[in-house]
Ligand binder design. Structure first.
Ligand SMILES: [Zn+2]
Length: 72
C-alpha cells in the first residue's frame, strides 16, 4: 500500500472585521484507491501548505510500514 500525503485548503472560521483566510490540513490517502478516500487527516489549522505537508510527512514517518513519501 503506497500512502501519499496531500494538503487540503479550507476557509478558517470567520471573524468579524477580518478578511476570511485559508487554513490547511494534511491528509493521507492510498494511492491505489481509485476514490482516494483519505485514510487519515490531521486536526490542525495550518497557516501554510508547507506546514500542513510537513505535518503529514511527520505522521507518515511515524507509521510502521515503509511507504515512500511523495508529493501528491
Ligand atoms: Zn497537522
Amino acid at each position: 500500500m503506497a500512502m501519499k500525503i496531500r494538503v487540503m485548503a479550507s476557509h478558517g472560521p470567520l471573524r468579524r472585521g477580518l478578511v476570511p483566510f485559508l487554513v490547511y490540513r494534511a491528509e493521507a490517502y492510498d494511492e491505489s484507491d481509485r476514490f482516494r478516500e483519505p485514510t487519515w487527516g490531521c486536526a490542525h489549522d495550518h497557516e501554510s501548505v508547507e506546514h500542513a505537508f510537513n505535518c503529514g510527512v511527520a505522521w507518515l514517518n511515524g507509521q510502521s510500514d515503509e511507504s515512500a513519501v511523495e508529493m501528491a
